[in-house]
Design a protein around this ligand. Structure first.
Ligand SMILES: [Zn+2]
Length: 116
């Protein structure tokens, strides 16, 4: 395996951007579905109120996780626009390609993410 170049090639950026946009789209519709679920009218005489509450908690947790990821994706897209995608937001060193492949919106390099 040849060494990866220190700066990501433009073609990689385009690939990551497409991935991020696709993920953002998926998350947005999932979050919308969760909100719709949460807003659905409740039947006050329902025997399953406890179960319903539990479901709401799960939905809210999913929503919170999704919103966090969505923010991270927005930030990554912003870094692409500013031309510093793939650079650690803490120490400024390049984030290794394997990490970006796994998590395209990762803001920190491996070392900083361990220290965080
Ligand atoms: Zn770092």
């Amino acid at each position: 395996m040849p060494h990866a170049p220190p700066v990501l090639a433009a073609v990689d950026i385009a690939g990551f951007r497409a991935q991020l946009l696709e993920r953002r789209q998926a998350l947005t519709s999932r979050l919308h579905a969760i909100e719709t679920d949460l807003e659905q009218a409740r039947n006050p005489d329902d025997d399953d109120r406890a179960v319903e509450r539990n479901n709401d908690e799960v939905l809210e947790e999913l929503g919170a996780t999704g919103r966090k990821e969505l923010l991270a994706i927005e930030a990554a897209l912003d870094r692409i626009d500013r031309g510093c995608f793939g650079t650690c937001t803490r120490c400024g060193k390049p984030i290794d390609a394997a990490r970006l492949d796994a998590v395209p919106h990762a803001p920190l390099c491996r070392g900083c993410s361990k220290a965080a």
